[in-house]
Design a protein around this ligand. Structure first.
Ligand SMILES: C[S@@+](CC[C@H](N)C(=O)[O-])C[C@H]1O[C@@H](n2cnc3c(N)ncnc32)[C@H](O)[C@@H]1O
Length: 203
């Protein structure tokens, strides 16, 4: 199982953002929507072994929320940014604020903050913080069940990074090039696909 967890530092967690203004009113919800799409979608369907977790820290009510999407269960998702953001917004608006709720098949919303989410994912996977200055991912064997943690337009803060590293995370790099979050996710998926023996380059 592959899992991507993206920390949305300013991402709106109440659902009252405009689909026409995902970067502004959504607090860079564009990044989270594109990251979810890059994590889950293939050309003709969804990656069945992949999950994406979006930690939304920028609630107007000061309450963080976490959206989980499970590739093998998801329905009614489309890969474009606007549709993805609208599914996230619907989940946020319908959420009553306690425990976890399935908003549409395969999409779950809860009141987990980053520490709660990291605690949960560390129970069934190894943790890797994807960061430009980490160790080269190509030089390490990636465990089958891994959660890759990424920042949004900002890297993890020193406090967030320290919580993650305290849980035994390793810091790994996809090279020195500074990529957008969704690009780093696409490249990580590519690296994992190739190392799993996906194709020899012939079509
Ligand atoms: C837009 S970047 C954040 C700011 C960026 N570090 C910079 O200096 O411009 C978004 C996230 O993508 C991931 N990322 C980007 N490039 C990467 C790389 N070369 N290797 C590993 N992760 C990367 C990191 O998790 C990063 O926090």
């Amino acid at each position: 199982m592959r899992r991507f967890l993206v920390v949305g530092h300013r991402a709106d967690s109440t659902g009252y953002f405009k689909l026409d203004d995902l970067p502004g009113s959504g607090g860079r919800m564009d990044i989270l929507a594109m990251s979810a799409s890059a994590a889950l979608f293939l050309s003709h369907g969804l990656r069945q072994d992949t999950e994406v977790w979006l930690v939304l820290n920028g609630g107007r009510d000061g309450k963080p929320r976490t959206i989980r999407m499970i590739g093998s269960e998801a329905r009614y998702l489309f890969p474009d940014e606007r549709n993805m953001a609208s599914m996230i917004r619907n989940a946020l608006i319908r959420y009553k604020g306690k425990g976890e709720m399935e908003s549409t098949p395969g999409m779950y919303i809860s009141d987990m903050d980053l520490k709660d989410a990291l605690r949960r994912v560390s129970q069934d996977s190894e943790l890797i913080y994807l960061k430009e200055d980490g160790d080269d991912v190509r030089k390490t064997e990636i465990p089958e069940n891994t959660t890759f943690v990424l920042g949004d337009s900002e890297d993890l803060s020193p406090a967030e990074e320290s919580s993650l590293m305290t849980m035994g995370a390793k810091k790994m790099s996809l090279g020195k090039t500074h990529m957008h979050t969704w690009q780093a996710i696409a490249v990580m998926n590519y690296e994992l696909d190739r190392s799993a023996g996906d194709g020899d380059g012939t079509l």
